[in-house]
Design a protein around this ligand. Sequence first.
Ligand SMILES: NC(=O)c1ccc[n+]([C@@H]2O[C@H](COP(=O)([O-])OP(=O)(O)OC[C@H]3O[C@@H](n4cnc5c(N)ncnc54)[C@H](O)[C@@H]3O)[C@@H](O)[C@H]2O)c1
Length: 267
Amino acid sequence: MSNDAATIDYLARQQLTGRGFVVLGVGAGIGSAVCAALSQAGAKLLCVDSKKEVAEAAAARFGGIAAAANVTDRADMEAVFAQAERQFGGSFAGVVNVVGVPMPGAIAALDDEQTQRQLDLTLRPAILVTQLAAPRLAARGGGSVVFVGSLAAEVSTLNIALYGVGKAAVNKLAAAAAHEFGPGKVRFNVVSPGRIVSSGVVPISPETLARIEQAVPLRRAGTPADIAGVVLFLLSDLAGYVTGTVIPVDGGVGRISALPESAPRSK
Ligand SMILES: NC(=O)c1ccc[n+]([C@@H]2O[C@H](COP(=O)([O-])OP(=O)(O)OC[C@H]3O[C@@H](n4cnc5c(N)ncnc54)[C@H](O)[C@@H]3O)[C@@H](O)[C@H]2O)c1
């Protein structure tokens, strides 16, 4: 690889040609957009979802192989990454975890079972990817892992507090895993969406959408494509020196204060 910055082919570094990626959670919305972006960049895909028909639809649409699996189940994830090794061989290059389902409710309203389930649906897939996929990637000479996080990890959003706690732990895990697997050339990063208009479990009313647009500096909600573009960047060689980070993709809303504006200085 040339080190002369002026002669480097930067667009070639954006390509994933022939590399194999596992995408976890490929339903309509962010997962589907991630599959589209990776497929366009030349990647080979293993499309995983708990709903078999969803995995099969994504695989058919984006030219991958389908697998039905629960990303919170260790045996299922072991089988998925063993399949990725068989399918991709030495070109197994990375994993994207999209699954992270909010279970809305005030902190005190969630019982033990719901609390554990909320942590399982946010943190556990990232832990299993780190424990089961990263050693395989390191053994092949490296790779890139991206977790889809959430703005809720950084700032409080009422009714999804424990979801935010799980996502904050994912951010911490990415930093720690980047440290531990850095010598094995496995990169870990988090893409942290703000409010995304997608076909996710919680539909957005026109009134809520108007409030989102007013609150966000860029004056719009995010789209699945906004997330997929940054995932593609992080998986590619363009991000070859980026690891352990959280990249907010939120139109800037995570960096503004909810306090009233300061009065202008009087002359
Ligand atoms: N939509 C938003 O506004 C928003 C905001 C911040 C963060 N996020 C994050 O983005 C990601 C995707 O959000 P989305 O709204 O596009 O989700 P989505 O519900 O559209 O997609 C999630 C996919 O994961 C699958 N899935 C759910 N549980 C699973 C399990 N246990 N095992 C395997 N597959 C499972 C579903 O079938 C679905 O296809 C999540 O991590 C979420 O936390 C979304």
